[in-house]
Design a binder for this molecule. Structure first.
Ligand SMILES: Cc1cc2nc3c(=O)[nH]c(=O)nc-3n(C[C@H](O)[C@H](O)[C@H](O)COP(=O)(O)OP(=O)(O)OC[C@H]3O[C@@H](n4cnc5c(N)ncnc54)[C@H](O)[C@@H]3O)c2cc1C
Length: 316
């Protein structure tokens, strides 16, 4: 049995087991970097809470999210990555070798580190949103909009992402009901103008969601106007939540540069963070694309960056 209090030194440590972390592990193992990957509390990452994934290349018939992530894990294991269950609970990047504490007990030091801890969508926090999650409730219009082609849908949010997602949905859905809590949007002027000029987007100002209605799938949304108190049921087939994401970056904040929304800042065109030898990939450093394929692509970049960094260090 593993002694949890032991200290261990590893060549390359990968934190996170979504598409970014596993892809980094595949590349790093094949480059003989002997990667050790800690999975965190959600082995497989965000795709394990979805059903059908239709936009990941290589699966012509589509695939269930959890099944796809088992494939990723198997591939990383087959290449020789050491995949372990455990959560990074604190880090010390103040000097080399960098330290990462797992489950508040075990101390790992590493020559290089790849952070692939992802992000989580923010939800409104109403029970029906949880109950119908995956049955018409979604936090990703680009992922799930296609399933509601020609249908009426609702979207909650007022920022640039919400505006972008409403515009994206307006191209495939018959009507997009956009629910905005205040009497103005946070989105940039340009994005707001585009939304307001799109004939099949109806904006409901001062509107809040009481309940998503439907037994096994979304059938309507009940909203109320927070100025007049007026209640209304809007029949829709899907309910998209676009009120933001929270990157899982809290444990790194004292050491790495984060942006104003807590995303890890990477040098453009690379996975390099503000600390030499620490790389970041996937949704924890990407607030724009947030797709499995882009996360996987950036995981590949992180492994290649780490490989170059480690080999330069060895030849010094
Ligand atoms: C419901 C839903 C449906 C989606 N559908 C699609 C789709 O159809 N197509 C598509 O391309 N994208 C889809 N996405 C988006 C896609 O899931 C993400 O873009 C992708 O998973 C990001 O990958 P990632 O590797 O960066 O992080 P994540 O998948 O978020 O994984 C993060 C990993 O880090 C681990 N972790 C976090 N903190 C720690 C820690 N402290 N220590 C150790 N490990 C840690 C977690 O356990 C997890 O394994 C969907 C997302 C959701 C929520």
């Amino acid at each position: 049995m593993e002694n949890k209090n032991q200290q261990e030194h590893v060549h390359l440590l990968i934190i996170g087991s979504g598409p970014a972390g596993y892809t980094a592990a595949i590349y790093a193992a094949r480059a003989n970097l002997k990667p050790v990957l800690y999975q965190g509390i959600q082995p497989g990452g965000q795709l394990t809470i979805t059903t059908e994934v239709e936009n990941y290349p290589g699966y012509p018939e589509g695939i269930q999210g959890p099944e796809m992530m088992v494939d990723f894990e198997k591939q990383a294991t087959r290449m020789g990555a050491d995949i372990r269950y455990g959560l990074a609970t604190s880090v010390d990047f103040s000097k080399q070798p960098y330290k990462v504490i797992i489950d508040e007990e075990k101390e790992i030091t590493a020559d290089a580190i790849i952070i692939a801890t992802g992000a989580s969508a923010k939800w409104l926090g109403i029970p029906s949103e949880q109950r119908l999650n995956g049955s018409g409730v979604s936090a990703c219009a680009v992922c799930d909009g296609f399933f509601f082609r020609g249908k009426e849908v609702a979207i909650v949010g007022a920022g640039d992402t919400a505006a972008e997602e409403a515009l994206y949905l307006s191209k495939m859905c018959s009507t997009v009901h956009m629910l905005v809590r205040r009497d103005e949007m946070r989105a940039s002027k340009v994005m707001q103008d585009r939304v307001l000029k799109t004939s099949n987007i109806i904006v409901y100002w001062n509107s809040e969601t009481d309940e998503v209605l439907g037994e096994n799938k979304v059938e309507a949304v009940r909203i109320h106007n927070n100025k007049t108190g007026e209640k209304k049921e809007v029949p829709v087939s899907a309910f998209f939540v676009a009120i933001g994401h929270q990157p899982n970056s809290a444990i790194f904040k004292d050491y790495l540069e984060l942006d104003d929304q807590d995303y890890i800042v990477t040098v453009p065109g690379s996975s390099r963070t503000s600390v030499e030898g620490v790389f970041a990939c996937g949704d924890v450093q990407d607030k724009i694309y947030r797709q499995a394929v882009t996360a996987a692509g950036s995981g590949c970049m992180a492994a290649l960056d780490a490989e170059r960094y480690l080999s330069a260090k060895e030849h010094h």
